[in-house]
Design a binder for this molecule. Structure first.
Ligand SMILES: [Zn+2]
Length: 330
């Protein structure tokens, strides 16, 4: 595209947003998603015609640029999608659907419903999901687990119901969800929501993501030691206040993964407040995506997310209820 429009125009002008997406997705002219023919279609321009509709000369089928992307079947204009994607890519701790729902009024003069905003964000997270690893994480790999959400209240003994035995008390972690993350030093992070942190649960995750000859670094967790049997593995002992150690010129630490967890926790606790367990993995995909694109600019990160919207379709045909203010897919 010779003169790419200013980002602000992409967020306010539907036509410009559409031509921008067409130029990005179809650099050699419109591609028919039905028969695959390139640059052999004409634009339909009737008064009642859908915006951006093309007709393929080869197979006579109609199509638009949003087909086979996360925008397919959506009534939300493209410029609003672009704005939502941009906000999500440029906010380090994430952007909640609630905040977008409130902000949409100032930006567009009309408040978008919370439900609509929720679905947009849900789909964007889906686009951000990384493909199953082509190349396994290698070199120096740090891994650790953390717990997010589900604040345990009434932990003090006096708040327990009379007659509660000490063994019936809940552990502070009972309501929290476990997250296990693996980071290649100076490379990408991959996070998984696991039901329970056990060697049996973690081993398959590690084996599917980490090369056999990687040098793994963890804290002194015995669970991880169990899951890493047979691998090259070094530990730092946080209990002895050891965080960084040098051995044969190699820096042994888990500071990288701890740094990722710090952002993740600030985001989950500060921006999203409550993340339903069924959706946690999608939030993790979002945080992984932003972290893995941390070295590029906000604009480049937005472009990367936009490119990831292609070929992904998430159709929700199932009825949706809004129990307790949060949309639930039944
Ligand atoms: Zn065709």
């Amino acid at each position: 595209m010779k003169n790419p429009p200013a980002p602000s125009e992409l967020f306010t002008d539907e036509e410009k947003a559409r031509s921008f997406f067409e130029a990005k997705r179809w650099p050699d002219g419109p591609v028919c998603p039905h028969c695959g023919e390139v640059d052999n279609a004409y634009k339909l321009a009737g008064k009642t015609t859908r915006k951006g509709l093309y007709k393929c000369v080869g197979c006579r089928e109609k199509f638009t640029v949003t087909m086979r992307s996360i925008f397919e079947d959506s009534h939300i204009p493209l410029h609003k999608w672009f704005y939502a994607i941009h906000l999500m890519c440029s906010s380090k701790k994430g952007m909640s659907a609630h905040q977008f729902h409130r902000m949409s009024e100032t930006f567009y003069g009309k408040k978008m419903s919370y439900r609509t905003a929720w679905f947009m964000f849900h789909r964007i997270r889906f686009a951000m999901t990384q493909h199953p690893l082509m190349d396994k994480l290698c070199g120096i790999v740090e891994m650790d687990e953390t717990y997010v959400g589900g604040k345990q209240r009434f932990r003090q003994p006096h708040a327990l119901a009379p007659g509660t035995r000490p063994m019936d008390r809940q552990s502070p972690l009972t309501k929290k969800a476990a997250v296990f993350s693996i980071l290649q030093r100076d490379g990408n992070v991959h996070s998984r929501h696991v039901e329970r942190v056990t060697a049996e649960n973690l081993k398959p995750v590690i084996d599917s993501m980490v090369a056999v000859d990687a040098h793994v670094m963890t804290d002194s967790s015995t669970v991880l030691a169990g899951a890493l049997t047979g691998r090259r593995h070094d530990q730092v002992n946080h209990r002895n206040e050891e965080y960084v150690r040098r051995e044969n010129g190699v820096c042994i630490t888990t500071n990288g993964i701890e740094g990722f967890f710090a952002t993740l926790k600030r985001g989950i606790n500060g921006t999203y407040h409550h993340v339903g367990r069924p959706y946690l993995q999608q939030y993790l995909n979002e945080f992984d995506f932003r972290y893995n694109a941390r070295k590029i600019s906000d604009g480049e990160r937005t472009a990367l997310a936009l490119a990831a919207t292609e070929g992904k379709r998430m159709l929700l045909h199932k009825p949706v209820s809004m129990e307790g203010g949060t949309p639930k897919i039944n």
